[in-house]
Design a protein around this ligand. Sequence first.
Ligand code: FAD
Ligand code: SF4
Ligand code: SF4
Length: 478
Amino acid sequence: MADRMLQFVHLPQQTPEKREVGERRADFAEIYRRFAADDASAQASRCSQCGVPFCQVHCPLSNNIPDWLKLTAEGRLEEAYEISSATNNFPEICGRICPQDRLCEGNCVIEKGFDSVTIGAVERYITDTAFERGWVKPVRPHREREQSVGIIGAGPAGLAAAEQLRRQGYQVHVYDRYDRVGGLLIYGIPGFKLEKSVVLRRWKLLEESGVVFHLGTDIGRDLPFAELRRLHDTVLIATGVYKSREMGGPGSGLPGIVRALDYLTVSNRQGLGDDVPEFGSGEMNAAGRDVVVIGGGDTAMDCVRTAVRQGARSVKCLYRRDRANMPGSLREVKNAEEEGVEFVWLSAPEAFLGEAHVTGVRAVRMHLGLPDASGRQSVEPLPDSHVTIPADLVIKALGFDPEDLPAAYDEKALTVSRWGTVKVDHRSFMTGLPGVFAAGDIVRGASLVVWAVRDGRDAAAQMHAYMQHAAVVAAAAD
Ligand code: FAD
Ligand code: SF4
Ligand code: SF4
């Protein structure tokens, strides 16, 4: 069947159709339609089945991309699903929201002059089809083990670890302070990138697999960390990073200036049907407002596009560097521009105007200087270059840091880096505390879903090894 492959010579690259701008501005549904079966198969057949697949090398999960592309091209979707799900707990989620241009697709080494193979959309197509056809089944371990695991955090790192450990037969308990499962997948990332039903069906599947969720339980506040350690044989900290970076300056405390994650959480909750007073009161609702979002990462892109959908009068994104130097995905910038967002590059806020409520942002123009030791160009203000931008809702999207976990858990032996991320042994994923492991953003700092899944899987493998060893030692002592 190898002749079905190598079709890149005849077939141009095609990504799933995007919904028309006017239509997508009016709702929170995903903007990309799904591939039709023929399109997925045709796009998969463009792969040249490289001997050294750089797509796979640059996928954090080392997904066996050439194999599942070949099987998709041949119409053998159930086998493609088996291979795709062997290395990734949530292929349909990564297929939707990985920055493929920087990972697998950006490193596809198809012949020069041809566009890369469309990998993410095919990955999504395989697992969405698998769900529809009933091939995705709850985990049924071969044997049940008595040992139990306590996982703090139901984000992608915690969930990937939960599934892997349940597969091994452990009694898995996941604790989360939120009332829903998914972490940033449910309350951070908006529906137009990742529809909530996609996250909810994973939650259901994990419950059917025997994972026990303790929602609305804040470890450190509702249940002491020491107590959690007493309850379980091993503990995984997968709590993400949530402390918003702040900015100072005149007027920075004015009403109408809000944090990005608060704003996105309110919007996501409202979309999920919750009664959210901050939305109803208008405090966290962009309808009819002039909105300025400050920042240039993925969170800022999600805020500007949420504001558009809420019916803002105008939406501007203020970023101190230029388009080429922004951390967010260029695909998302393009989507935002199509939806009517205006980017004000090379501009930084200096002061917030207004008395009882913010009415505008005074910004200074910046220029890019010489690269620093990290190779990143410095930014310097241009003298006498002020502009005033009217705004009655300002959203700060400047990044996130970890909370002070040793204090929250009353555990000084839990060592953290100077940035506050939890320190682990990079081979065993164990913290300085015996039997306590950590994974995801709380170890890496703000990162990507695909890396959280990878860490969750790796940490689970190490926890399994640790508990097996403990079981052998206990048996020998009997
Ligand atoms: P999280 O997803 O943050 O989950 C941590 C969980 O721990 C949460 O549910 C939290 O409630 C819980 N928790 C924290 N403290 C406690 C406690 N004391 N007790 C109990 N529970 C606790 N990545 C991409 O790959 N693509 C994207 O498009 C993308 N877009 C993003 C958009 C936004 C707005 C944001 C903020 C991030 C985005 N990311 C994206 C990054 C990605 O969401 C994270 O890297 C990923 O979710 C990290 O996973 P995690 O499991 O480590 O943590
Ligand atoms: Fe690409 Fe992400 Fe899928 Fe890996 S998990 S193949 S990086 S879309
Ligand atoms: Fe196929 Fe591109 Fe991967 Fe090569 S690098 S195996 S062409 S997807």
